[in-house]
Design a protein around this ligand. Structure first.
Ligand SMILES: Nc1ncnc2c1ncn2[C@@H]1O[C@H](COP(=O)(O)OS(=O)(=O)O)[C@@H](OP(=O)(O)O)[C@H]1O
Ligand SMILES: Nc1ncnc2c1ncn2[C@@H]1O[C@H](COP(=O)(O)OP(=O)(O)O)[C@@H](O)[C@H]1O
Length: 335
């Protein structure tokens, strides 16, 4: 039996090559399953009955708080097809849903997307279960107060200023000068400093390549949260690998990741050596020190390069001003 009501898709551009007409909002109702033949039956039934429509195959399995049979749930499912969004009830307890090939979250992040509403203009819960990394059956919870509302409150745009450079290049100094400058102009910032984070969040990590990669990944994720909170997040860590920095960039909308390369020659950093670490590294007492016996991959296409040569370095204030000018020019300092 075919569906009477032809489902209507949410509009918007898809990722992973999915055409817009194939994007659906997936609502999830979990809850303990008390029996009945829900699950895959519903998916199969509804999928079959929607054959010939533009809908994507149903990827979830279903059940409700009450015992249901597949057909009844599919009826309910199809009743909803008159709305802009389809709700699929997923029993997260007893069945393993097939992970969707795209996630709603990714769709929701598309610029210019239209919100999914029902025919009365009311929002419909838009949750999807996914397998994310090692987590199965996890849900994304949305909140009506989002980045936009927070940014309005703060009168600024959330972003990440990612400062990379050798040890001793002045990352922490720039981070502080920038934070001070923005603070004095009434902007909310937060610094994620590599050294400091290794006292807590990243205390389990050392300086082997895989640990540095994990360090950068974590800081990227935290920075993303701060930017989402509407803050100007200043991340200052060596972050010596191009691929990991690039992965952090991809976590954010491209223009909200501002990579600042403190291009300071090794000789200058080594001459500064405020913590005496270069000395120890040269003496072989620290192994795998960046720039000595561990690589630093300079950015090739970052937003800002701050050049410093021996005897010719901008002051911290003027380095900060350079970044502030960029933020101003790109309208981060106003909502
Ligand atoms: N082997 C080795 N290589 C480089 N740096 C070392 C090392 N061991 C300790 N330190 C100190 O740790 C600080 C760098 O931490 P980061 O988290 O920024 O490093 S990384 O991004 O994971 O590469 C770095 O701080 P900064 O000097 O502020 O860069 C050093 O003080
Ligand atoms: N623009 C600058 N001109 C001169 N000295 C600087 C400048 N920026 C930082 N320094 C000095 O260089 C040393 C290392 O700076 P720091 O910010 O700790 O670097 P990093 O965080 O990259 O290790 C400090 O002694 C700092 O005072």
């Amino acid at each position: 039996m075919l569906a009477k009501a032809v489902p209507r898709p949410c509009s918007g551009a898809g990722r992973h090559g999915a055409p817009a007409a194939r994007l659906w909002s997936v609502g999830v109702a979990g809850g303990p399953r008390r029996g009945g033949a829900g699950g895959r039956l519903v998916a199969a039934d509804a999928g079959e009955r929607m054959a010939g429509s533009e809908a994507v195959p149903v990827v979830a399995v279903a059940a409700g708080k009450q015992p249901v049979n597949g057909s009844a749930m599919a009826d309910k499912f199809l009743t909803m097809c008159n709305t802009w969004c389809i709700n699929i009830f997923v029993d997260v307890q007893s069945s393993k849903p097939t992970p969707p090939t795209w996630s709603l979250m990714e769709y929701e992040q598309q610029p210019g997307r239209k919100p999914c509403t029902d025919k009365n203009g009311l929002g419909i819960d838009k949750l999807v279960t996914s397998t994310v990394g090692k987590s199965t059956n996890v849900l994304w919870h949305d909140c009506p107060i989002g980045q936009f509302e927070r940014q309005e409150l703060l009168n600024q745009k959330g972003c990440v200023v990612w400062i990379t450079g050798l040890s001793g290049s002045g990352k922490s100094t720039l981070a502080c000068a920038l934070s001070r400058e923005l603070h004095s102009r009434g902007h909310l910032t937060y610094i994620l400093d590599g050294d400091n984070l290794r006292h807590g969040l990243n205390r389990d990590l050392c300086f082997e390549a895989k640990d540095r990669a994990e360090n950068i990944r974590r800081v990227g994720e935290v920075a993303k949260l701060f930017a989402d909170a509407g803050l100007i997040c200043i991340a200052s860590l060596i972050s010596p690998y191009r691929s990991e920095r690039s992965a952090c960039r991809k976590l954010l909308h491209n223009s909200t990741f501002i990579e600042v390369f403190l291009n300071v020659p090794l000789e200058v950093c080594e001459a500064r050596d405020p913590k005496g670490l270069y000395k120890l590294a040269r003496a072989g007492k620290i192994k795998g020190f960046t720039g000595i016996d561990d690589p630093y991959e300079a950015p090739s296409d970052c937003e800002i390069v701050i050049q410093c040569k021996a005897g010719d370095c901008a002051t911290p204030k003027s380095m900060a001003d350079q970044v502030v000018s960029y933020l101003e020019a790109n309208e981060f300092l106003q909502e």
